[in-house]
Design a protein around this ligand. Structure first.
Ligand code: HEC
Length: 111
């Protein structure tokens, strides 16, 4: 009985560790897939083919108040002007993932 309890506790500890890991909170690898399927048509390479000044590069994101996961999540969810809303098309966790991917790419200058 004691053994079973300690095995259970170990399992709980492993799960708690896994769910606390930031890599799982927002998954940039999954974000990369979401991006190529849903965003690249207008934002290939971090550019903006519709409105040229609103790129996904770090300087533009900072200039337009978009350099944060919250801001990107809000815009992808609800859309803005010529950018479509993705709520209903993407799950909330996919939107988090793609926001993490965009920020990571902006930090690397999309290289
Ligand atoms: C049909 C073309 C189109 C698609 C598809 C699209 N966007 Fe956009 N995106 C735009 C346009 C246009 C803007 C500028 C909106 C504005 O501020 O008027 C924009 C702006 C942005 C910005 C802010 C950029 C800045 O410098 O202010 C982010 C971040 C962004 N898009 C992310 C995404 C992500 C992530 C996806 C995929 C889930 C996506 N977009 C899909 C057209 C698109």
């Amino acid at each position: 009985m004691k053994k079973i309890i300690s095995v259970l506790l170990l399992g709980v500890a492993i799960l708690a560790f896994a769910f606390n890991s930031p890599a799982l909170a927002a998954d940039a690898a999954s974000g990369a897939k979401v991006f190529s399927a849903n965003c690249a048509s207008c934002h290939a390479g971090g550019k903006n083919l519709v409105q040229a000044n609103k790129t996904l590069k770090k300087d533009a994101l900072e200039k337009f108040g978009m350099y944060s996961a919250e801001a990107i999540i809000a815009q992808v969810t609800n859309g803005k002007n010529a950018m479509p809303a993705f709520k209903g098309r993407l799950k909330p966790n996919q939107i988090e993932d793609v926001a993490a991917y965009v920020l990571g790419q902006a930090d690397k200058d999309w290289k």
